[in-house]
Design a protein around this ligand. Structure first.
Ligand SMILES: Cc1ncc(COP(=O)(O)O)c(C=O)c1O
Length: 385
């Protein structure tokens, strides 16, 4: 059996007619940039996430760059973030002239450790120059939004939520209110890269905010800094979401909650099978969630006792595709070698242990069973040696 990590063609098969229809309408309309679909998609995302402004851009990395810019991050500013993330979370700070301060992760969630964040805000020599925090809701699991709100109020820092992997994930506050990731930050971003839970058929991204001034800044910045065409108020960039992508994303948005539910069901099945085959000594599974709803952008396990790379090769030999997010923390990247050195023990350990197993809504139960069966075979073979 061959089990892909992700297979977009299966989703396309089920949505093909509808997608081709809306793409055809866009082509027939002759309006390919900043038309009705972008406007409607932005409104639909505002409703879905309960935010006041949603601004479509060309990709998630641009969204981060523009969002960081809108917060005024510049030369001499410091920004707290995680090193266990995708490059763009960090480059949006450095490309704007700021300096990232990396803090370690919480081992159970892989997300930024908010105790460490508070420690830095209190004790760091540059604490007066810390302008913002960029939490990443990694693999679809929400960072504690209530605590983020507290930290913002307590320390007067801005929050930029990186929701590239978490569209639709939720957090329940102590008063029972439920909020979605992206609705709490001063500004937040989404990526619609094809493999994301809400995936375009190309690149696409979005900026979210409840602040009218930040929204206005981002709207102008994405079109060369010109509110009125050919009259440039700032040196912006060209970063627009195009009509074809917006039209396709509107089709998928209608199904997004059912895609999420399917991912959660598959995660539950994985966890049950790991229990059933008594593999939990070797493999640490992600929790399904209480008080938050994970959207399982990735199903990532920790493989203990140094077996990760051998297990990965073994799975490959059995036709199971896996991936490592991420093999090297941002604090160890060559391009950030000039930044102050920092030891992040938990991040390094995660880099050595994580393994993403196949996860997408169209993945079949028998494929999940096959993946876990292969992992069982691996450990039985290993233990017999
Ligand atoms: C956490 C995170 N931030 C930002 C991005 C950047 O998004 P994009 O690929 O749309 O530029 C990604 C995409 O992989 C991501 O995973």
């Amino acid at each position: 059996m061959k089990v892909p990590l992700f297979d977009m063609t299966r989703q396309y098969e089920s949505l093909r007619d509808e997608i081709l229809n809306v793409v055809d309408s866009v082509f027939k309309s002759g309006r390919l940039i900043m038309g009705e679909n972008v406007k409607r998609f932005e409104e639909e995302m505002q409703n879905y996430l309960n935010v006041k402004h949603a601004i479509g851009v060309a990709n998630g990395s641009d969204a981060l760059y523009i969002a960081a810019r809108s917060l005024g991050i510049k030369d001499g500013d410091f920004v707290i973030t995680t090193a266990f993330t995708f490059f763009a979370t960090v480059s949006c700070v450095t490309r704007n002239g700021g300096t990232p301060i990396f803090v370690d992760i919480d081992e159970n969630t892989f997300n930024i450790d908010l105790d460490q964040v508070e420690k830095v805000l209190k004790d760091h020599p540059a604490r007066n120059k810390i302008r913002a925090i960029i939490p990443v809701h990694l693999f679809g699991r929400t960072v504690d939004l209530e605590r983020l709100e507290y930290i913002r109020q307590q320390y007067g820092v801005k929050i930029l939520e990186d929701c590239a992997q978490s569209v639709g994930s939720t957090w329940q506050f102590s008063d029972g209110t439920v909020k979605k990731s992206g609705s709490v930050g001063d500004v937040s971003i989404l990526s619609f890269f094809p493999t994301k839970n809400l995936g375009a058929h190309g690149d696409a991204g979005m900026i979210l905010t409840n602040d009218e001034h930040l929204a206005e800044f981002c709207r102008i910045f994405r079109v060369h800094g010109a509110k009125v065409k050919y009259f440039h108020e700032m040196e912006g960039v060209n970063s627009r979401l195009d009509e074809v992508q917006a039209a396709i994303l509107r089709v998928k948005l209608k199904r997004l909650d059912s895609f999420h539910q399917r991912r959660r069901d598959l995660a539950k099945l994985y966890n049950e099978l790991f229990e059933k085959y008594d593999l939990t000594n070797h493999v640490v599974c992600p929790p399904l969630g209480e008080g938050f709803e994970c959207v399982f952008h990735q199903y990532v396990v920790r493989v203990k006792h140094g077996h990760r790379d051998r297990l990965k090769s073994y799975l490959e030999s059995r036709g199971v595709e896996t991936a490592i997010y991420y093999p090297l923390g941002m604090h160890r990247q060559k391009c950030f070698a000039h930044l102050p050195r920092v030891e992040l023990e938990k991040t390094d350990r995660a880099c050595a242990e994580v393994l993403a197993l196949p996860m997408f809504p169209e993945l079949r139960e028998e494929e999940v069973e096959y993946v876990v069966k292969c992992i069982k075979d691996y450990f039985e073979g290993e233990c017999a040696c």
